[in-house]
Design a protein around this ligand. Structure first.
Ligand code: PA5
Length: 462
């Protein structure tokens, strides 16, 4: 069980005119990384995600809740947004059979469907409520702060519908809150009403919380092996104990992406799994990388890479044109899978048609892998930075390892850029403006600022 990162195609030797990262740049970055590594690993007390893989008490509490509700519900409805939703979605897509929610109960092994509402589009909400039998539904309300406007609005609507469906008293038994141990509206409600609640440790932020109950409870409910997920993540932590970049894969990823951006202008960083089950992992990564690294440094300089999701081979017929010939501002990190499931030969039909006959005897797994190698080579041939992250197979262990790899890489990259990877001050102003328009108490100052903004100018409207 391993992860490996081949970054040959990021380096000068592999790219035309030696245009890649140089040995000297990498050597200098290695020294800077040692400091970044020391700073991150010295913070185990306030960076809770570092110890989530070995937080046995939290894992056991999560599994106990999963056991408590086992067999009682056909559906789980998850309410959350951002880091409170993207991880569970990525885990479901990666580790459940495709089309999980469309499978019958037997094909799901008696496990519930998992629906995630991660937006406040009324059309999605009403369609979801119309489809679900709430009497058979467990509702997970996930919010670290316990007060996020979108999640609270969802909660109010769903709670009302639950109460109408099963009665006020029984509705409480259909709810599990996952939130901060002390603060926030959800915690207040849980205390007042005795609602089952799991903690997101105070020192674990939203986008770093997938290995807390945020990801682990939904995962356990739909039959994902939580212990294996955590074991994969724990393995990453062991390998990352040293600042030696030859063993520290998250460190190598962070250093390369940082160098590519700051020394070579490759500020758009594509994550491109060649595997459908990993599509949503790329979206989870986008939030992690963007919200953590897109910041002002202490002297006010705006920095940060722009993550971009893609999927192979599908995007070879879409974004790859841009990656090949568009601005020289991108890195592409492929994820490949060494062992493909359910692979079989492509039939030898139409032997007389040259456009088809060469496929006979090859498998789809071979085709997708060859296409990835071909794309990587083509990009390198045109001076386009790329690297390949390979995993043995798509299972819980490797998902845990991948997620902890990216989380740790994000923390290291925050140090390399000189920003705090764990806050998100840039989303605050928009929130305050929304509160002001919704009439939330305490938003008067935002209202003043909002009212001072220019109103739409008819000259600039078509
Ligand atoms: O990563 C983050 O901190 C954010 O993206 C949060 O996950 C998101 O804003 C939701 O916050 P909360 O979990 O507090 O509802």
């Amino acid at each position: 069980m391993t992860l490996s990162l081949d970054f040959t195609n990021m380096m000068g030797a592999a790219l035309p005119h030696g245009a890649g990262i140089t040995g000297e740049q990498l050597a200098a970055a290695t020294a800077a990384f040692a400091d970044a590594h020391a700073r991150v690993h010295a913070r185990t007390d306030d960076l809770g995600f570092l110890t989530l893989p070995t937080h046995d008490a939290l894992r056991d509490a999560t599994l106990a809740v999963a056991e408590q509700v086992r067999g009682r519900f056909t559906d789980v409805l998850l309410l959350g947004i951002g880091g409170s939703a993207l991880g569970p979605i990525a885990l479901r897509t990666a580790l459940c059979p495709p089309g999980w929610n469309a499978l019958d109960a037997a094909a799901r092994g008696g496990r519930p469907r998992l629906h995630v509402l991660d937006n406040v589009d009324p059309a999605t909400m009403s369609a979801t409520l119309a489809r679900l039998d709430l009497a058979q539904t467990l509702v997970l309300v996930i919010s670290k702060s316990g007060g996020t406007v979108e999640t609270m609005a969802q909660y109010l609507i769903v709670r009302e519908a639950l109460a109408a469906a099963v009665g006020e008293e029984a509705a409480r038994g259909h709810l599990v809150f996952i939130t901060d141990p002390e603060v926030g509206a959800l915690r207040k409600i849980a205390r007042a009403e005795g609602i089952t609640t799991l903690d997101i440790p105070a020192n674990v932020g939203g986008r770093f919380s997938v290995l807390s109950p945020v990801g682990m409870l939904p995962a356990a409910l739909i039959g994902i092996d939580v212990r294996a997920l955590l074991a994969g993540a724990a393995d990453v932590m062991t390998r990352a104990a040293s600042a030696d970049l030859s063993t520290n894969l998250p460190g190598t990823f962070a250093v390369l992406q940082h160098l590519a951006d700051t020394r070579h202008g490759r500020s758009v960083q594509v994550l491109m799994p060649y595997a459908d089950p990993l599509r949503d992992l790329a979206l989870w990564f986008v939030q992690l990388w963007a919200e953590s690294l897109g910041k002002h440094t202490p002297d006010g300089t705006p920095v940060g890479p722009t993550p971009l999701p893609a999927v192979g081979a599908t995007d070879q017929h879409s974004q790859v044109q841009l990656f090949m010939e568009g601005p020289l501002d991108k890195t592409v990190t492929f994820i490949t899978v060494r062992g493909r499931e359910a692979d079989g030969p492509i039939p030898a039909r139409h032997a007389d048609i040259a456009e088809l006959s060469y496929l006979a005897g090859h498998t789809l797994g071979e085709l997708i892998d060859i296409e990835q190698r071909a794309t990587a080579g083509a990009l390198a041939a045109r001076g386009r930075f790329n690297a390949t992250l390979a995993i043995d197979t798509i299972d819980a262990w490797h998902l845990g390892a991948l997620m902890q790899t990216f989380a740790l890489a994000t923390a290291y990259a925050g140090e390399l850029y000189g920003v705090n990877a764990f806050d998100q001050p840039g989303v605050e102003l928009g929130k305050q403006f929304a509160y002001a328009m919704l009439g939330r108490a305490g938003s008067d100052q935002a209202r003043v600022e909002w009212d001072a903004l220019p109103t739409p100018d008819p000259r600039f409207r078509v």
